[in-house]
Write a protein that binds this ligand. Structure first.
Ligand code: NAD
Length: 482
């Protein structure tokens, strides 16, 4: 039985209620966590606010805060196997992917630890008798609503950046995957300087989540998840005039030309849509391929799909289970609707049977073609291992297809013609573009966020620190000598 982490202490929920977390590989209960509600959120926000306003926190040297975050990174690495196993059991993802998430988590703490004492202001030339300068100040209490697909990574990217620049934080992990945030809290608990800087309130979205984003003492909200919930979060934020950073997923395209490196393209296209069973905001879920090489590319992809191993996360297969029955049903229903509209399933398209694990929800890696660009499967995030194929003849057609959804998170361009790659990179509406690459190995250093409905603001990189600070301008008049 776990406890929540509020004000540097391990506590039950005010109601005393709990809920369970299950391993999606076999539906076994792997933990019970407190069911936090409005009262618990209130305690957490109060604690975060009290510490933020205390002289103890306000007078802390940025370098001391930075060093404490370096210590978090060190401890995350020291416990990497233990944390990766919990993440695998909670999310279902293959162990090597969970290990890579733990390494990214450590990198976030390291990266932002190094930024703690580098939030420079500017001096602005106004007049000879005025000294004008700017300072970047922390926002205050930052709320972070975390999704279930990359719980540790997404918690770490927000918490590290927010605390590095002097904020305090309240995290609400997803109800499906609350365990790794509590592991992270255990590390914070061991570091005196950070006592009370992070609170973790476990609970349901409509209870604890809604109470957190509605709270009047929250000064900034970071949300990653669906467009639907993101919209509700933004409505709550609007009522309190609180800025939001929203990361709401995508329908990211790979644009493939005949002069690409075929093997590399096949490897990365595959990886990008089956990673974490396709439950990835930046999944490369649309394949836009030049008609000249479509058959060759599809043939290679089919060969690759046939080699994919499916099983529980702990066996470190290529493809783990889907997080929940709800998500599995959503994937299956979207594929079925696409078929009814005339789509052709090239491979996959149904539940994968894993011997001995009949209670888990596994979905075959799936490639679909003959789909109208306006159809649901072409427009909406499936959040499963499903790739939809489109053919194009000209560069213009490819760009039109790439930009033809409401999302704009990532674009992959596969060509050895650098001028063409540049032309397309300039015209696609997405927050990140990769040329002959996809993801840049996690890319802690690269600003990440979306155009259009993929969200607002940027996370990762130095850019993320803009979210967690506000600018103050100070002007001083210099009196003339008497
Ligand atoms: P969701 O957006 O409802 O949940 C994400 C987080 O928001 C969870 O922590 C949840 O508890 C919380 N939440 C839910 N309702 C809330 C509310 N009213 N106020 C505050 N917080 C609230 O996502 P979901 O329902 O779990 O998944 C549905 C779809 O969302 C998926 O199929 C996928 O397409 C998309 N999704 C995207 C991402 C991403 O990385 N962009 C992550 C998860 C899900």
């Amino acid at each position: 039985m776990e406890r929540m982490y509020i004000n540097g202490e391990w506590v039950k929920s005010v109601s005393g209620e709990y809920f369970s977390s299950y391993n999606p590989a076999n539906q076994e209960e792997i933990g019970r966590v407190p069911r936090g509600s409005k009262e618990d959120v209130d305690l957490a926000v109060k604690a975060a606010k009290t510490l933020f306003e205390s002289s103890e926190w306000q007078l802390l040297k940025p370098s001391v805060r930075g060093n404490a975050l370096f210590e978090v990174a060190r401890k995350v690495r020291e416990r990497s196997e233990e944390i990766a196993l919990v993440e695998t059991l909670d999310t279902g993802k293959p162990l090597s992917q969970a290990r890579s998430d733990v390494e990214s988590s450590a990198r976030y703490f390291e990266y932002y630890a190094g930024m703690a004492d580098k939030m420079f202001g500017e001096t602005i030339p106004v007049a000879p008798n005025v000294i004008d300068y700017t300072v970047r100040e922390p926002m205050g209490v930052c709320a972070q609503i975390i999704p279930w697909n990359y719980p540790l990574q997404i918690t770490s990217r927000g918490v590290a950046a927010a605390i590095a620049v002097g904020n305090t934080v309240v995290v609400k992990p997803a109800e499906d995957t609350p365990l790794s945030a509590l592991k992270l809290a255990k590390i914070f608990f061991e570091i005196d300087v950070l006592k009370g800087a992070l609170q973790v309130v476990t609970g349901y979205g409509t209870e604890a989540g809604a109470a957190l984003v509605d709270h009047q003492d929250v000064n900034h909200i970071t949300f990653t998840g669906s467009v639907h919930t993101g919209t509700n979060v933004m409505i709550s934020a609007a009522k309190n005039i609180v800025p939001v950073t929203l990361e709401l997923g995508g329908k990211s395209p790979h644009i493939v030309f005949p002069d690409c490196d075929l093997e590399e393209t096949v490897t990365w296209v595959t990886r990008s849509f089956i990673q974490n069973a396709g439950q990835t905001c930046s999944a490369g879920s649309r394949l836009l391929v030049h008609s000249k090489m479509k058959d060759e590319l599809i043939k290679k992809l089919i060969e690759k799909m046939q080699m994919i191993t499916i099983g529980p996360g702990v066996s470190d297969c290529d493809l783990g289970p889907i997080i929940s029955k709800r998500q599995f049903d959503r994937i299956q229903a979207m594929v079925e609707r696409a078929k009814e509209e005339g789509a052709r399933v090239i491979i996959g398209g149904k539940e994968a049977k894993v011997e001995g694990l009949e209670v888990g929800y596994y979905f075959e890696p799936t490639i679909i073609e003959n789909v109208s660009p306006a159809s649901e499967i072409a427009q909406e995030e499936v959040f499963g291992p499903v790739l939809t194929v489109f053919e194009f003849e000209t560069e213009e057609e490819a760009i039109q297809l790439a930009n033809g959804t409401a999302y704009g998170l990532v674009t992959g361009i596969w060509t050895n013609d650098i001028s063409r790659a540049h032309r397309i990179a300039g015209k696609v509406k997405s927050g990140q573009v990769f040329i002959n690459d996809y993801g840049a190995a996690g890319g802690v250093e690269l600003p990440f966020g979306g155009y259009k409905k993929s969200g607002i603001g940027r996370e990762k990189g130095v850019e993320a620190l803009q979210n967690y600070t506000q600018l103050k301008n100070i002007a001083i008049k210099i009196k003339s000598a008497k």
